[in-house]
Design a protein around this ligand. Structure first.
Ligand SMILES: Nc1ncnc2c1ncn2[C@@H]1O[C@H](COP(=O)(O)OP(=O)(O)O)[C@@H](O)[C@H]1O
Ligand SMILES: [Mg+2]
Length: 150
């Protein structure tokens, strides 16, 4: 996490996608973000980091937000002045009652033991900033910010 990201940076290009929370769309979302960001000539490492972070956020929509069914996932990507990539992942699922707790390493509500509880930690380590807004019963928005090499 750094404090150097300019949240008001001018948007130079933008795209929106919406998709149902089917597990096959995790790979699609990751590839779509990478394809859109390719115009900034990111390094292979930057691209891999972004894809990994997007994958964690979209997986959370699939397995947690809509745990009992299928719902809509919205993806917005903004390419901003200063080579800042902003990816917003939004669901209208169950929401997160305690965001601070959810962001702690190893915290998971998965009872089946299939999840590591490291999703938010991965997002934080691969991005420059991660913002989470959520309302129980209304849904969750995760914003990933990453500044690419100059
Ligand atoms: N989009 C979401 N909707 C509802 N709950 C979420 C969402 N994203 C994360 N969570 C909650 O935050 C917890 C931590 O998420 P994460 O760090 O990705 O770990 P994991 O997915 O392995 O449990 C999840 O177990 C879940 O309770
Ligand atoms: Mg997760």
């Amino acid at each position: 996490m750094t404090a150097t990201i300019d949240y008001t940076a001018r948007v130079e290009n933008e795209m929106d996608l919406k998709m149902p929370s089917r597990s096959v769309n995790e790979g699609f979302a990751r590839a779509a973000v990478a394809a859109f960001c390719a115009q900034l000539n990111p390094t292979a490492v930057e691209l891999a980091d972004l894809k990994c972070a997007v994958s964690e956020a979209v997986t959370n929509c699939i397995v947690h937000a809509y745990r009992d069914g299928i719902g809509e996932i919205r993806l917005n990507v903004k390419l901003c002045e200063g080579r800042i990539v902003q990816v917003e992942i939004r669901d209208r699922g169950c929401g997160i009652p305690d965001i601070k707790k959810a962001r702690e390493p190893l915290f998971t509500t998965d009872a089946a033991g299939e999840r590591s509880g490291m999703g938010f930690t991965v997002m934080e380590s691969f991005c420059d900033a991660v913002r989470v807004q959520s309302r129980p019963g209304r849904g969750t928005t995760v914003v990933l910010l990453k500044r690419l090499h100059p």
